[in-house]
Ligand binder design. Structure first.
Ligand code: RUB
Length: 308
């Protein structure tokens, strides 16, 4: 898919979920490189910059997209001609997508070990990585039950319960307001991530922080399932994560409330590190306090480059 169509599909949420939008961004840049005609280096770099911007502007919160796009263009300016640049972009995109798919599989295997036979699990929204953990445990023969929140206003919970039910898992859909009440029955919570900050806070679907609070109160383990490309290098340098606000038409129909009523529709929230028992990554299970070290190690010398 070309860059503009990919960006539009991310914006209107036809392509959604932090991992998928990152892979879609990498794939769009690969297609852009494959179809590029021209050999003037400066023109190409300007066109590439425009393509990057189009993708990055599609949705603001998930740093996975930023990391996927930057991983795909890494090293381009060191190539000697446009031909080499195009080949590098396609190669980088393939590596990013392969590593991403592999990370999701590894997290499934690591996370599944945290689930015991007979456990009841809660999840929210629709995280392919968290669902990977739950499905891996089920495929290992563990008898599990899952409560999934509806996740207003987009109701991604419908996707989640459909996926889990198709797998044969005992699945119950609950409204978002039922989280605290149902938490008494739950053994572990598994959620995904859009961004993890350098100080270990989780940015995920709105309502995730309520789940974490309810889990903490009930002494239920709260696990975040996240590939390390959801760790935000931007936050190392003090940047705040932009919380996306979407159109109010996602919350109320036209004329449903008096015109004087304001409607606020933030679609992500922040869960402080202290409510997170562990982050399950492709590098293993870690505490939120380890995020800084992992990020610095992964950035290596690039930490001294301009990342903003
Ligand atoms: C999706 C969401 C998911 C994360 C992780 O929000 O919050 O929990 O993106 O997803 P939206 P994954 O529906 O607004 O994109 O684990 O699939 O990367």
């Amino acid at each position: 898919m070309n860059v503009e169509d990919t960006a539009a599909s991310i914006r209107d949420m036809t392509i959604r979920g932090a991992g998928k939008i990152a892979r879609a961004g990498a794939s769009a840049l690969s297609d852009f490189a494959e179809n590029y005609r021209g050999n003037d280096v400066q023109t190409f770099l300007a066109d590439l910059e425009k393509a990057k911007r189009t993708l990055l502007d599609s949705r603001p919160t998930a740093v996975s997209l930023w990391n996927g796009v930057h991983a795909t263009v890494r090293g381009v300016e060191d190539q000697k001609d446009v031909g080499e640049m195009l080949a590098l972009i396609q190669n980088n995109a393939k590596t990013f997508i392969d590593n991403s798919n592999n990370a999701v599989r590894l997290i499934g295997e690591i996370g599944a070990k945290r689930i015991k036979d007979g456990d009841t699990i809660m999840t929210t929204c629709n995280s392919s990585v968290a669902l990977g953990v739950i499905k891996t445990a089920f495929r290992q023969g563990k008898d599990i039950k899952v409560y999934a929140t509806e996740s207003r206003p987009w109701r991604q919970g419908i996707l989640t319960v459909t996926d889990l039910a198709n797998e044969g898992i005992d699945t119950t859909l609950i409204i978002d307001g039922a989280v605290r009440s149902v938490m008494k029955k739950v053994d572990e919570v598994f959620v995904g991530a859009d961004t993890i900050t350098s100080h270990g806070a989780l940015i995920n679907k709105i309502g995730t922080s309520q789940l974490a609070l309810a889990a903490n109160e009930a002494r239920v383990q709260f696990y975040v399932c996240s590939e390390t490309y959801k760790f935000s290098p931007l936050t190392l340098f003090g940047d705040r994560v932009t919380i996306e606000e979407r159109d109010i038409s996602e919350v109320v129909k036209e004329g449903e409330v008096p015109a004087s009523v304001k409607v606020f529709n933030p679609v992500f929230d922040s869960t402080p590190a202290k409510y997170i028992d562990a982050i399950i990554t492709e590098l293993g299970m870690m505490s939120p306090g380890s995020v800084y070290d992992v990020m610095v190690k992964q950035l290596g010398d690039r930490i001294f480059q301009k990342v903003i």
